[in-house]
Design a protein around this ligand. Structure first.
Ligand code: PAF
Length: 280
């Protein structure tokens, strides 16, 4: 069930395809430190596929800071115990994914340069490259991504369309704590004080989305929300924007012309950076 090299996971997947040409294979790519949000992706994959592969790989190329990479929680034994619902778990090493001489990169221009791309240079190039590799290794029919990382989801959709990759992308809703905080592996790094403030991000975003829907001026709604985040105790606000849900270009209800809009934010509590997004 655990595969640490590419030949081994490929053999298993080939044997499933040899057993039945109709088999539908689902991939849930993760970086481990699994929580209920990841498990909801596995559940959805289970519902829609005959076989489910979960990958666990803390991908170094999508971290723009060595400190952030080192601080990323690694909980492999607990993760494996939580993955009873998967048919195979792929846990490659960095050397397996990026052997000596590795030189390729997948770049999704435009989309990847906005929002997170401004604050985490190179992050989406690393993400897009590893996700493309995981699609190639698994040959999955469907791959499951959380809406929590909305920009990542749009980038993955774009690269699949641009590169004609034969995989369907299934978006899955963000899971939240009872107080509204979006589930994230990073939440476990919040101090008790920061954890008490963290749900204000979602609450303030909801107030802002309500005001935007009501037709209030977008610049004023966003400014009010930014001030509220500062007052709540957020130490840095990287962005809080109303954007086209697909292209992520800044937009607002008055200019939307029938296109879906999304409110997206990234804000820090000390060294922990939280991101969230909601529909407008
Ligand atoms: O969302 C994540 O956990 C990662 O970006 C992903 C998709 C597993 C790629 O490393």
């Amino acid at each position: 069930m655990i595969h640490r090299d590419i030949a081994s996971i490929r053999n298993t997947i080939s044997s499933w395809r040899a057993d039945s040409k109709q088999v539908r294979i689902g991939l849930v790519p993760t970086m481990g430190a699994l929580h209920e949000g990841h498990l909801s992706l596995v559940d959805e994959a289970r519902r829609r596929c005959d076989r489910v592969v979960v990958s666990i790989f803390v991908n170094p190329t999508q971290f723009d800071s060595k400190t952030d990479l080192a601080a990323y929680p690694r909980t492999e034994a607990e993760d494996i115990a939580l993955l009873a619902g998967a048919d195979a778990v792929f846990i490659p090493s960095v050397e397996v994914m990026y052997p000596s001489g590795f030189s390729s990169q997948v770049q999704v221009r435009g989309l990847a340069d906005r929002l997170e791309g401004v604050h985490r240079p190179g992050h989406f190039d690393g993400m897009a490259t590893v996700v493309t590799k995981l699609f190639g290794i698994s040959g999955a029919d469907l791959a499951f991504f959380g809406e929590k990382d909305w920009q990542q989801l749009q980038i993955v959709r774009r690269l699949v369309a641009d590169l004609d990759l034969p995989v369907g992308i299934v978006p899955c809703p963000t899971l939240r704590e009872a107080d509204g905080l979006a589930l994230s592996s990073r939440n476990r790094r919040l101090s008790p004080e920061a954890r008490a403030i963290a749900p204000r991000l979602h609450a303030i975003m909801q107030d802002c989305a309500r005001a935007l829907r009501a037709g209030d001026r977008a610049d004023e709604c966003l400014e009010t929300a930014r001030r509220a985040l500062g007052t709540a105790g957020f130490t840095g606000i990287d962005y809080l924007v109303c954007a086209d849900a697909e292209t992520l270009a800044p937009s607002e209800p008055a200019k939307q012309e029938g296109r879906a809009l999304r409110l997206l934010a990234a804000a820090s509590l000390g060294s922990v950076r939280l991101i969230d997004n909601i529909v407008i």
